[in-house]
Write a protein that binds this ligand. Sequence first.
Ligand SMILES: [Zn+2]
Ligand SMILES: [Zn+2]
Length: 343
Amino acid sequence: MQSLVWEAPRVMALRETPPPALAPGEVLVQVAYAGICGSELSGYLGKNALRVPPLVMGHEFAGTVAALSPEAQDQTPHLRPGQAVTANPLVSCGACSYCLSGRQHLCPRRQLIGAHRPGAYAEYVAIPAGQVSALPDGMSLAVGALAEPVACGVRIGELAGDVAGEDVLVIGAGPIGLLALQALRLRGARRVFAVDLSPERLAMAASLGAEVIDPRSQDAAAAVRTATAGEGVVVAVDAVGATATRGQAVAATRAGGAVILSGLHEESGVLPVADIIRREITLRGSFGYTPANFATALAWLAEGSAGLAPWVVEAPLAEGGAWFESLVAGKGAVAKVLLRPAR
Ligand SMILES: [Zn+2]
Ligand SMILES: [Zn+2]
């Protein structure tokens, strides 16, 4: 089969590889679409400890069931060859306290498809049957491939807690920022402020109902404070992960509020800790999603209440390397690139 193989920093090539061997309990999915994730951009640049070349990345995908192992047939009798599916790519052990309490994404033995195991930038991908979800009736494969990033937004919204009627902030209007924005609105936030350096991304956030702040022309945190009568927001989400944006998130949050850290741009950095202490700000990480969040994401996509529709680009898998370069450069009104293996 054809696979897009990441071979070294900034080197990706279409290669002929053997199709994945189907282990007991696994399903073989013929990939229709596989999205490019921001974490894979840092991986592509060689700045992500989770990803080591040579590697077939790709963890946001949808496709059709090509084959089921005998155990998978027993375990998931609702899955049949040809069935349209997507999958939760965070494979967990199923036995630890996290897995047993519905927080499989925190399992210490979790493995991510496309990082620890071969991913979906290929014609076929193998995955344990329990990770696979049939697409709701009428959902296209291209929409189904968005379930994974939408689930990240669902998780951020869940951790934000009760924001009904409150003002909130999202820094970074990439795919996860845009989906967090939608999740916060669905949870009843009054105003969602959005900050991004890119005018195209600010326009996307504005069209989703955000009040946008351009940090190139003003101090973002000061602008948020001015707009909230000096108070700041109840919850600020940093979907970038730079020292500057993490600091902005703290500065824009009101005393007693919370900052949700989701962006992983920089592994570590300097935080205004004394300010966090004196104003009792809660810092919390948000990583991935629970299986329940993944199911909510599919439901939101099915009802059309979340998505990235106008800003999704479909491209042949063979052009994947060029799209990685283009996304690293950060140009254009593109929120998600879906790679399509040739048929
Ligand atoms: Zn992702
Ligand atoms: Zn576990």
